[in-house]
Design a protein around this ligand. Structure first.
Ligand code: VG1
Ligand code: CO
Length: 542
């Protein structure tokens, strides 16, 4: 039976960089999740009888919200929902399932790299039929709807068993519980030379993946241990836990430090990788060499033809604005298109659909391609293994050869987390005021060439996105970028991105923070970071 429930709107359900993210207690308020899910459905047209995909990263509250979403999808007239067993689908796997089965769209339940648990983060994101995050036109419509919604519809039925693969009836709708791993693992096998990677591992090359007790565990075990023959135990923290075992499932040098230290130790593995909560991020570490995400994008693009799925070459590269310009040099050399978009994977969707870009990346440990419409952690790891197997070189050799050929883009991001929201907004407002006066000014040896607030004109649909981050560009190609995070759930997070291009290969082995020290100091001088945030130092440096 379909129930129509009266509800009161919430005013704070604005989707951020990647969907709506809030603390669990916020989501647990009366009708909070229901209002948002109904607002998604109310903003869509023509889904009657069609298929919806639902899955999440297994974090706390995942199962509860999936049951609600299933009953609401049935009440709203979807014909079928495909849901991962146990409510599990990594973000890239959800994207693939939407595409493979021609679904109308999908709901991905995740707060990605943010911690999980009863007082930690939860999130809901809508993906469209191309498998990618809904564009701003749709997220704006959803937000507008959440502010006025007064009823939602839900089926009054018992919960569906999510733990057994099979077909279930829910009112007039079918629920298909699917194996969350198989389709995705098959896709990976179709893109990469599994035979070559198997030989590499068979010859003694030791690979370790840290799934950080998050969603990639089952995927990594199936692919790395079962299909590629790595010894059992090669995947660490492989069981997804609702609280991620109190890990912060963010694969970077701070939160995946143990893995990093292990790979760097002489007895440790040759190659290490980690993923985030929902499986779309990746960190790649080789013995003696941490690969920055910006370099990873450039190196994958430069060596793409090593992988069978990309043997014909790539059409173009896209990167988010704060991501370093390393990939730009590769695009230039290959004579292919290069696109600079705002932060957030949703901006890559049109470029991928139009065939303008084949590989995309973000400095925030995100890399992916046209195989799905999300960034994809394990895909990037497999791409690296494929390149290593094809070139028969170590990560360190591959990265150093790349720098020697293209020059090195020294790069770092400094995050100031949970700072006072007014202070953060004040800092950005003051920077905007200054923009016009900066060009021509010198700070020591650094002279400002240009300064702006990044705006993106989508070359495919003509949409314009303004205020996407403040850029200060110096003569010679160095730059600093300031923006506020759109994924945090308490206070504001200021991100400072710092980059310097160094063509001279005799200067490619400087410690990163040292190589960027003068730029970091100038960024503080221009934006008054320490004074305005009241912080002496960033909380996270990547
Ligand atoms: C951050 C990253 C951005 C990424 C987004 C979602 O956004 O900077 O590059 O696309 O997270 O990633 P923000 O607005 O906090 O800077 V995921 O893996 O965490 O969904
Ligand atoms: Co993520």
């Amino acid at each position: 039976m379909i129930k129509t429930v009266s509800t009161t709107p919430y005013q704070d359900q604005k989707p951020g960089t990647s969907g709506l993210r809030k603390k669990v207690p916020v989501f647990a308020q009366e009708n909070y999740a229901e209002n948002f899910i109904q607002s998604i459905f109310d903003s869509l047209e023509g889904f009657e009888g069609k298929t919806l995909v639902i899955g999440g990263d297994g974090r706390y509250y995942n199962r509860e919200v999936i049951q609600k979403a299933l009953k609401m999808a049935a009440a709203s007239g979807f014909g079928k929902v495909m849901v991962g067993r146990g409510g599990i689908l990594s973000t890239p796997a959800a994207s693939h399932v939407i595409r493979k089965y021609g679904a109308f769209g999908g709901i991905v339940l995740s707060a990605s790299h943010n911690p999980g648990g009863p007082t930690e983060d939860f999130g809901i994101k809508y993906n469209i039929g191309n498998g990618g995050p809904a564009p701003e036109k749709i997220t704006d419509a959803i937000f507008a709807r959440t502010k006025v919604i007064d009823t939602y519809k839900i089926l009054d039925e018992a919960d569906v068993d999510l733990d057994t693969v099979g077909l279930y009836a829910l009112g007039d709708m079918i629920v298909e519980v699917i194996d969350p791993v198989k389709d995705y693992a098959d896709l990976m096998e179709s893109l990469f030379d599994f035979g070559a990677i198997r030989s590499l591992i068979g010859s003694g090359f030791r690979v370790v993946i840290d799934s950080m007790s998050a969603v990639t565990g089952p995927y990594a075990v199936e692919i790395l241990e079962k299909r590629l023959g790595a010894p059992a135990g090669s995947v660490r923290n492989e069981v997804p836990l609702p609280d991620f075992g109190h890990h912060h499932p963010d694969p970077n040098l701070v939160h995946a430090k143990e893995l990093y230290d292990d790979v760097m130790s002489p007895q440790g593995p040759d190659f290490g990788a980690a993923s985030d909560g929902d499986g779309d991020r990746n960190m790649v570490v080789g013995k003696g060499m941490f690969v920055t995400p910006s370099d990873s994008l450039a190196i994958i693009a430069a060596n793409a033809t090593c992988a069978p799925g990309y043997a014909d070459g790539i059409a173009g590269i896209a990167r988010s604005m704060p991501t370093s310009g390393a990939a730009d040099r590769v695009a230039e050399k290959l004579g292919i298109g290069m696109y600079e978009t705002p932060t957030g994977w949703k901006f890559f969707g049109n470029l991928l659909d139009a065939g303008k870009a084949t590989v995309c990346g973000e400095e925030s440990f995100g890399t992916g391609s046209n195989h799905v419409r999300e960034k994809d952690g394990l895909w990037a790891v497999l791409f690296w293994l494929n390149i290593i197997a094809a070139k028969k070189k170590s990560v360190k050799e591959i990265v150093e050869a790349h720098w020697a050929e293209y020059g090195r883009n020294y790069y770092s991001r400094h995050d100031y987390e949970e700072v006072d929201t007014d202070a953060a907004n004040g800092l950005v407002a003051a920077l905007r005021e200054k923009l016009n006066s900066l060009p021509g000014q010198s700070f020591g040896a650094l002279k400002v060439e240009a300064a702006d607030d990044f705006a993106y004109n989508d070359p495919v649909d003509g949409s314009v996105s303004k205020n996407q981050g403040i850029r200060v560009l110096f003569e010679g190609g160095s730059r600093v970028v300031f923006r506020l995070s759109g994924t945090g759930t308490s206070g504001a997070t200021l991100r400072l991105y710092v980059e310097r291009y160094e063509p001279d290969s005799s200067r490619h082995d400087i410690e990163t923070q040292a190589a960027l020290a003068d730029l970091i100091a100038v960024a503080d001088e221009i934006a008054d970071i320490k004074k305005r945030t009241g912080r002496d130092a960033p909380t996270v440096i990547t």
